[in-house]
Ligand binder design. Sequence first.
Ligand code: NAD
Ligand code: DAU
Length: 354
Amino acid sequence: MAKRNILITGGAGFIGSHVVKLFVSKYPDYSIYNLDKLTYAGNLENLRDIEDKPNYKFIHGDICDNALLEENFKKYGFDSVIHLAAESHVDRSIHDPQQFVLTNVIGTLNLLRCAQNWWGNSPGENLFYHISTDEVYGSLGPSGLFSETTPYDPKSPYSASKASSDHFVRAYGNTFNLPILISNCSNNYGPFQFPEKLIPLTINNIIEKKPIPIYGKGENIRDWLYVADHANAIDLVFHKGAIGETYNIGADNEWTNLSLVELICQKMDAKLDRRAGESGGLIQFVTDRAGHDLRYAIDAAKIKTELNWQKSYSFEQGIDLTIDWYLSNHEWLDRVKSGEYRKYYQGMYKDLTQ
Ligand code: NAD
Ligand code: DAU
């Protein structure tokens, strides 16, 4: 296998840490450089398993810092980029959209400019692979699926910033022949997800016997993919994707928020030896998210037929693995909940009756 020098951005976050661990372990001949600013969402503990591997290096830095990017491209000669670093939480984008533009739009543009500067005249084996979201397509009604040709219609500041970054990536492919790839994935869940997102927040609040906040009536629908299946899809797209293409990744696994939370409650009552129905009693309906997208669902036919991708984890397996991981990793959960999380949680969920 050819040697590669791969820059992975955002590798100390949820999905990025799974991708870094996969690449470092599966490809010992590749050098993997993980550049991360370590915001509230970045946590080097996520990478304990591989941090001492000879083919792994951590670079602490901000993708908004052009000089730092130039210095590291020069020093390590990256031949490819897998770009995951982002502000990723919709609720935070409603409270502070500016940071989403800085990281998701300007940060992505900085990386593109840098890659273009370094690879410009001999794109050869290079690749700029941008990790994006299904939210760029907007919101579906009760039927229909997002395909790669669905027009962009982002509806939150987060999805608008991701849509903008996707457009810049395609513009660099078109204008400068930068070898680019994009994938747009549905909702991920699994170990190491920060407990501001629905599934780990629910698990955490059940453990702590705290109210579980459900926005509106809990009727919104998401398609949930186990994070290891997303990491495998990223591996496949990176190695086999056709330059310039977009691949949608999804799980054919739609749940209303209420049914999903109820399922987690039932499972956790059994796992924690609690009375059936005890955790369900924690559910509280709270003010809806502003501009809340009703439904996301993905048509993943292209990646399945062209790249032969399929998910390996059923939802039953994935959700059990996830709950069990959080139950046996109290320390991780306790540490990430200290400090910034407490402040965020108190501000975000002040309506909850404790
Ligand atoms: P996350 O919030 O868990 O992690 C983001 C990481 O990016 C963190 O480690 C953070 O420190 C880092 N980061 C943030 N700003 C940075 C900056 N300016 N410079 C360098 N590093 C910075 O996010 P996630 O859920 O793992 O998502 C990763 C990527 O996948 C994002 O691009 C997101 O849009 C996309 N995505 C996420 C999902 C999902 O369900 N979580 C689904 C589809 C696509
Ligand atoms: O679809 C992919 C996207 O999925 C990613 O691009 C985003 O980075 C990721 O955060 C996720 O966005 P969502 O907004 O769908 O995920 P979240 O876990 O925040 O919310 C899932 C659903 O649950 C959504 O309909 C809002 C609802 N919700 C969420 C929280 C945090 C609640 O009802 N209560 C809550 O407390």
